[in-house]
Design a protein around this ligand. Structure first.
Ligand code: ADP
Length: 609
């Protein structure tokens, strides 16, 4: 019943459609027919007007009839008139009733037309539209008459046989298509209705799994079934979007962690390049970028060998390609002359593992070991120096004492000189050992001062005594200047003595023979100053900022030929600092040097009291 109603509705729509289409086609046909009649009318009249007037008179219209039949116009012909110059009818081919139906206005217009004209008028019975075409005739340059022809345009029937057959064919196809579509849709809906979707994923919303599918074969039940399915799909969609939210929050956490790792890598004070196992660079830290002088985009995703141009490092990497275990790979030290020529780098290749077993990434680290290296070098040269410094006085002491013990020196003066030399060398040894001890304490941070009242006159005497012999050897004069009141201060006498002896010893060491050294003690504004001035080799501007550094010695023959460890001034500065004092130096190469130690005394006095 329902199908019948649907079919009826389709048929009604179809008929309405055919009616509208037929009407449209009728109008279209009428228009094209009219245009055709006008074109042909104008053409025929133009042709006929070429005949001389006498032809119409003589042949009684035979020429005209021949021309008309040639153009198959006869059935549409309503009338034909040939008028002479006065308007009298010379030739007439028309039923009487038509002639009387021509409006006078139309006839008049045609009779006096100067050229080809076309007019239309309607007749009642039979109902026709007549198109009149007229053209004047000329002979010997004079208007000799007019030809007028009327063609009737009968109305186009809405039910023309051609159109009806076209409509029938169209209707057949439309009805056929509609029926096929109808059955196809109902068939599809039936299939949908009979199918049981698998909603086992949705235990919480699984109404259909119970087999509760509508059995009724109507569209409403199918729609309600679809509705339920939509609910199920919505539940699935909600679940998916919840999963999506969780995934994107996890992704956020990963991105955060990744950024933290990048920040951490960038904070490292050594270079790191991370690659996959195919040597494609995946990460590089700031230190490494600065070292290579490249930007991240010029490194990331590029081949490791493309970035590292250093042949030694390349061969190191390729030698350990596929080692598969970082423990087997030994680091090596190298320089990067193109990037940091003054530095030494320890290069280490290591592997990362993804799950404790399979290798995932390679890490190439560049650690700047320049300072470690120079410290090691300094230590080694220190040991060499110290050994030399210890050995020289010891050798002297040994040889002089042996000579004395063997009774080789009989001369009393000579014996005294030998004993003095032994004493000097012992002092030098003691000073060196004391400096070494102080250095060790300084290094360990436990160089403490043992303060007591120090009388500067004693200090002066002790200090000069310990460098006297060396000065004497070089015929150097030491002038001492000390105020009459002999300032006193609270200090660690041994340390302070050591500091002053270092300065006095250097003045002697780095002055030529016959030079003069001045050692002055003064007191001003509760500060006791010790000033040692020499006229020796002096210190260059280049060396001056470094002389208080441990192990530093000027790279100068006049210095290198003298024994020394480069420790004296470093220890002296430390001792002065422990006394809250300050040490300054002025020097000019070739002219001499002036060291000044200033120790504040007031606070110590107060502290002691
Ligand atoms: P050293 O054992 O070499 O004398 P110091 O620490 O006492 O070590 O001195 C460090 C460096 O300072 C010396 O090697 C020398 O180059 C320079 N120097 C120190 N005192 C003088 C000085 N009076 N005249 C010239 N150079 C000096």
């Amino acid at each position: 019943m329902k199908s019948f109603r649907i079919l009826s509705a389709i048929l009604i729509f179809l008929l309405m459609g055919i009616g509208i289409l037929s009407n449209f086609l009728q109008k279209f046909e009428t228009k094209s027919h009219t245009r055709d009649v006008i074109n042909r009318g104008l053409h025929i009249v133009s042709l006929l007007s070429l005949y001389p007037m006498k032809d119409f008179k003589d042949s009684n219209g035979d020429y005209f009839l021949r021309t008309l039949t040639e153009y198959s116009f006869y059935k549409e012909l309503a009338y034909f008139f040939v008028h002479d110059a006065t308007g009298a009818v010379l030739l007439s081919m028309a039923p009487d009733e038509i002639a009387s139906k021509i409006p006078g206005q139309v006839s008049q217009t045609s009779l006096f037309a100067a050229g080809l004209i076309n007019q239309a008028f309607k007749t009642r019975s039979p109902e026709n539209t007549i198109y009149e075409f007229a053209k004047p005739l000329y002979s010997l340059g004079k208007r000799s008459g007019v030809i007028r022809m009327g063609l009737k345009l009968s109305p186009v029937s809405i039910f023309s046989s051609e159109r009806l057959s076209l409509m029938a064919v169209l209707a057949f196809f439309i009805v056929g298509t509609a029926i096929i579509c109808y059955f196809a849709i109902t068939g599809a809906l039936k299939n949908l209705k009979s199918s049981k979707p698998d909603f086992s994923d949705f235990s919480e919303a699984n109404d259909l799994s119970s087999g509760n599918i509508p059995r009724k074969g109507n569209v409403a039940s199918v729609i309600s079934h679809l509705d339920e399915s939509l609910v199920q799909y919505k539940a699935k969609l909600d679940k998916l979007s919840a999963e999506n939210v969780e995934l994107s929050s996890r992704l956020g956490v990963f991105a955060f962690e990744k950024n933290r790792i990048i920040t951490l890598l960038d904070a490292l004070d050594f270079g790191v390049i991370l690659t996959d196992l195919q040597n494609h660079v995946t990460h590089v830290n700031k230190f490494m970028l600065t070292l290579l002088g490249k930007t991240r985009k010029h490194v990331i995703d590029h081949d490791l060998y493309e970035i590292i141009e250093h042949a030694e490092i390349r061969s190191y990497i390729s030698r350990h390609e596929g080692f598969g275990h970082s423990a087997n790979i030994q680091p090596f030290e190298t320089t990067l002359p193109d990037h940091a020529p003054a530095k030494i780098f320890k290069v280490i290749l290591s592997y990362l593992t993804a799950d404790g077993n399979s290798l995932s990434d390679k890490v190439l680290s560049f650690i700047d070991v320049t300072s470690v290296k120079s410290a090691e070098d300094a230590k080694q040269s220190f040991i060499a120096h110290v050994s030399h410094e210890l050995l020289t006085p010891l050798t002297n002491i040994k040889s002089y004492s042996e000579m004395l013990m063997d009774g080789e020196v009989e001369n009393m003066e000579m014996q005294k000189e030998f004993y003095n030399t032994i004493n000097d060398e012992t002092n030098r040894l003691a000073r060196l050992v004391q400096n070494l001890l102080n250095l060790t304490k300084m290094e360990m941070g436990n160089l403490v001062i043992d303060k007591s009242l120090v009388k500067t006159d004693w200090l002066l005497g002790d200090c000069i005594k310990s460098v006297e012999a060396a000065a004497h050897d070089k015929k150097i004069t030491i002038n001492s200047k000390i105020p009459d009141n002999f300032p006193t201060l609270i200090a660690d006498k041994e340390l302070l003595k050591g500091a002053i002896i270092n300065l006095l010893g250097n003045a002697v060491k780095y002055s030529p023979e016959n030079a003069t050294i001045t050692f002055a003690i003064s007191e001003q504004d509760q500060v006791v100053s010790f000033d040692i001035t020499d006229t020796g080799h002096g210190i260059s501007e280049k060396d001056l900022p470094h002389i208080f550094e441990k192990f530093y010695r000027a790279d100068d023959d006049k210095v290198r030929t003298q024994m020394g460890s480069g420790l004296g001034l470093a220890i002296t500065a430390e001792i002065v600092q422990l006394h809250n004092g300050e040490i300054t130096v002025q020097s000019e190469l070739g002219k001499g040097t002036h060291f000044s130690i200033r120790i504040p005394k007031e606070e110590y006095y107060l502290a002691k009291e």
